[in-house]
Design a protein. Structure first.
Ligand code: SF4
Ligand code: SF4
Ligand code: SF4
Length: 254
């Protein structure tokens, strides 16, 4: 029995998707090299991408996607009631994600543009934590499978696993990349939580902040850097808004 009251050989787990592309669930189903060991630890009760079985009893609920309809709120609350531990995974679940790009646009206008005269219920994209208690959050678009496995295995085996506290720039420097600011680009690496091995700047693409803010970021210094480099504050704000992870920061003038 572990500290959460689980028997080690029978951790029941469910993965549930809300408004999203299901890319995070697919990440978990990928990487066959580690999949058998991961699955051997767990009793999969509900996981659409992996199994056709459906059961309503689970200890850990992995929740992917954001909330954009009232029926999703009801379903999410039922999942929360059944699970001992609820993990929000992916930027949609943690922040509202790319779905939040629609939030500033009047919803009636959006529906008319996309669906014409059809009656479609939708509301601004909200985080899982806006409706239920979230015990762990694992950001990323998509998530790092390794990180999700480490955290789930940590829950099962009582080892504490936490997300990196430092920003993407640390991993980027470790990879000896040329900084994209030196090439006239705005990169969110200085303010974004590491853990992705700086995959975007390593491919010469600026970080868009899918993992949300790192701990103790110096946002005024970041904003000042953008100004000093003569780069556009408006572009900086657009990038900060992309995954909706910086709502506490993107209006900061620095
Ligand atoms: S976080 Fe990204 S990959 Fe994951 S479900 Fe949302 S859009 Fe898809
Ligand atoms: S490219 Fe981006 S992540 Fe890399 S050092 Fe520069 S600001 Fe940081
Ligand atoms: S570099 Fe930035 S946008 Fe790219 S995966 Fe990492 S955190 Fe996400």
């Amino acid at each position: 029995m572990n500290h959460l009251g689980f028997k080690l050989d029978s951790i029941k787990i469910g993965s549930f998707d809300f408004t999203c592309c299901e890319g995070c669930q697919l990440q978990l189903a990928n990487r066959e090299s580690s999949l058998p060991d991961f699955l051997a630890l767990l009793d999969i009760r509900n996981f659409r991408e992996i199994s056709s079985e459906r059961h309503d009893d689970y200890d850990i609920a992995l929740v992917e996607g954001s909330i954009t309809r009232s029926d999703e709120i009801r379903r999410l609350k039922t999942i929360r009631q059944k699970a001992k531990v609820l993990v929000a995974y992916g930027s949609c679940a943690c922040f509202g994600g790319v779905n939040s790009r629609k939030n500033p646009i009047p919803q009636e206008e959006l529906i008319r543009e996309v669906y014409g005269d059809k009656h479609i219920e939708t509301m601004p994209s909200m985080r899982i934590a806006d409706f239920v208690q979230v015990d762990y959050s694992i950001p990323g678009c998509p998530v790092s499978k390794k990180e999700v496995e480490q955290i789930v295995v940590g829950l099962v085996t009582r080892s504490l696993v936490s997300l990196p506290r430092f920003p993407v720039c640390v991993e980027c420097k470790q990879r000896l990349n040329t900084c994209l600011f030196d090439l006239g680009e705005i990169c969110l690496g200085p303010v974004t939580r590491a853990g992705c091995d700086a995959v975007c700047p390593s491919g010469k693409t600026p970080c868009l902040g899918c993992r949300g803010p790192a701990d103790d970021i110096n946002f005024p210094a970041f904003s000042q850097l953008v100004h000093e480099q003569g780069l556009s504050t408006e572009e900086m704000r657009e990038k900060l808004a992309f995954y909706n992870g910086f709502t506490d920061y993107h209006d900061h003038e620095g």
